[in-house]
Design a protein around this ligand. Sequence first.
Ligand code: F6P
Length: 470
Amino acid sequence: MSRIVIVSNRTPGKGPAAGGLAVALRKVLSEREGFWFGWSGKLTDQPAPEARFEDIDGLTVAQIDLTRDDHHAYYAGFSNSILWPSFHLRLDLATIESHWYEGYRRVNQQFARALLALLKPDDIVWVHDYHLIPLASELRNLGARNRIGFYLHIPFPTPDALYAIPHHEELMRDLSRYDLVGMQAKRDVSAFTEFAEHQASSTFGGHRAKTVDFSRTEVDAFPIGSDPEAFARLAVSPAATKMIHRMRRAMGSQRLILGVDRLDYSKGLPQRVEAYEKLLTNNARLRRSVHLLQVAPPSRDSIKEYQETSDALDAICGRVMGKFAEPDWQPLTYVKRAYGQPSLAGLYRLARVALVTPLRDGMNLVAHEFIGAQDPADPGVLVLSRFAGAAEIFPEALLVNPFDTDETAEALRIALDMPQDERQQRWQALMAAARKHNVDDWALGFLARLAPGMQDKSTTRDILYLASVA
Ligand code: F6P
């Protein structure tokens, strides 16, 4: 049977804190031969050209080191100061330094050279995310003929935003060297199709550039999911219950409104707190009876726009505290640190409302995990941004425009006032959708499409079915 090779910028770490994606792909690799390939997390002056193999909790991982300069240009530079803001339609937050592209390309070439040395001709290669768009091109330039798939974990940009990215044509040509490109949502496939069908050829420098030929690349939506059953179990585990008791002691009978997000400008955190401020302004009866907990672990904090987002959030949380706090009541708690999945499952279980309001998001797995963790008899309500990929899967959430803080404030009020039977009905539909879009089926569905002949006989029928409904 062919081996599976998973490639991503970060590789899974040691210990139990792995996210749903790492757990699902671990499972894929435990059922067939293969390995995970990526950056080691180490920066050195003279990285060795070959990868080092390591066993990480039973998973075979091959890693390479990078130089500090290359890593800066590739990760903080081209990936996170150009691609990330542009793909999230925040061109105002993009910083364009042309030399970053060379570093981005160099790192992809380094990945390709080290990976090629490990590849067998029939290995199936599955590349993840925007850091590695050129990897198939670089592998193919070195002679690789393998089936290579790419999965984008963030939204695909509209054509205008794409045209604003330096070297966008080369990047799109890079995408055309994959056999299969997977996106989060139908919205992303539509944006891609719009670009592919109406490519504006560049006349820069007097040459009409050739348009990109996508005829050999399949592009489709493969909405990622979580493991809702695992979250249901985790939410009643001793660690989750400990967190619930701790919170109940602190909050008494107040109802919890919960946000859990990396501290990233795409998550709409200041707008969310502003909506909460409007909720308290418009509904004096709710003061002292609700509490907003925003968990926001810092992220990419070497980048100026991330520091500014953090400052903006500090300022608005301070404003809401100053306006509403009393000596014996605080309207909100804002925690800038990460929690493990068991503690988060406890928080999700306790929350009356989850506020998942990114300005734009690939899927948003917090929405999936919150649904999985609910008590079926007394579930909480999901207030969800219509600009998260999850909105396509969860129409029974209260869908809001996160830029419209009046609308979000009103959705919060409706969520807090929602009768139990309506909460149950909505949750049942949401849980059915979360089960249907679980992460195991997502991984099998993608691989079945990338390499239809690779499964052993016992699983082929199931996998083909999954591919047909993906
Ligand atoms: O959502 C995209 C993503 O790259 C995820 O795959 C990852 O978990 C997250 O952003 C955090 O990214 P970083 O590796 O930059 O911390």
